[in-house]
Design a protein around this ligand. Sequence first.
Ligand SMILES: Cc1cc2nc3c(=O)[nH]c(=O)nc-3n(C[C@H](O)[C@H](O)[C@H](O)COP(=O)(O)OP(=O)(O)OC[C@H]3O[C@@H](n4cnc5c(N)ncnc54)[C@H](O)[C@@H]3O)c2cc1C
Length: 275
Amino acid sequence: MTSYLRPRTLEEATVARAAYPDWMVLAGGTDLMVNANHKPTPPGILDLWRLGELGFIRVEGDAIVIGAGTTWHEVERHAAIREKLRPLALAAREIGALQIQARGTLGGNVGTSSPVGDSLPVLLALDAQIEVASVRGRRTIPYHAYCTGYRKTQLASDELIVSATIPLPSAATRTTWRKVGTRRAQSISKVMGAAAITLDGGTVVSARIALGAVADRPMRITAVEDAVRGLPLAQAADAARTALHTAITPIDDVRSTADYRRGVAENLVARFFTS
Ligand SMILES: Cc1cc2nc3c(=O)[nH]c(=O)nc-3n(C[C@H](O)[C@H](O)[C@H](O)COP(=O)(O)OP(=O)(O)OC[C@H]3O[C@@H](n4cnc5c(N)ncnc54)[C@H](O)[C@@H]3O)c2cc1C
């Protein structure tokens, strides 16, 4: 029989996580339940759904801190996120459809760490920090170092994800997020990505470009970032497209061919600079 624990505090949760590292950590369950019938039954379930200390959105100085248990619906509806972290609000609106957005959480997207996790390029492009907790204490992991391979992360077996801290882009920085899927809703991304482009007049001072679904993990595309630095916006789109062509080696799979993914990714990155 599977055991079940629903902690009332984060401290209780970390104690349970340390005591039962082989239990399933459950948030909204929208990733976990899809495969539940095809995987061995876990010895226990540690249910974090609606754990108060993980469900919050706070503006703190020049950043917004989002608790791991915050749902995509809550992210999408939050006024400060809509106004100041537009790429995250755009990603939240396209994760699954309303039912998935009502249950799926930021912590779940980060926890699964799929290369097609729609929020993950946003965390990369906006230089987010992930806070994690265990009975040993708390630590902060820069998101660019968090994901170490295909669905592999730095999270230790006794740790839980607490929050993501996302710095607010400066007034000179344009940010966006785009997704290409087979349809408008309930669509797993063929390619998606986020951009933070800092301009001086019409010239690109710097750019942070991150894509998902083009490698085993979400990735920053530094070749594009280098290629556009110092260029007038009008020339940046073509430079970005050219640089991207050799910067990624997408895979063939049931959803798309590598050639299609590369072409779509080139268009997507070029559009970061044109619209
Ligand atoms: C029909 C459908 C459509 C979907 N469409 C999209 C889509 O368009 N884009 C997209 O990105 N995803 C999509 N998903 C996947 C999923 O909804 C998201 O990844 C969601 O954010 C997962 O959140 P959750 O709370 O449901 O995670 P869960 O399923 O509860 O957990 C996912 C993983 O994260 C771990 N985890 C969760 N919280 C924590 C924590 N605090 N600390 C440590 N580990 C934790 C769990 O142990 C598990 O390994 C879809 C899923 C379905 C079923």
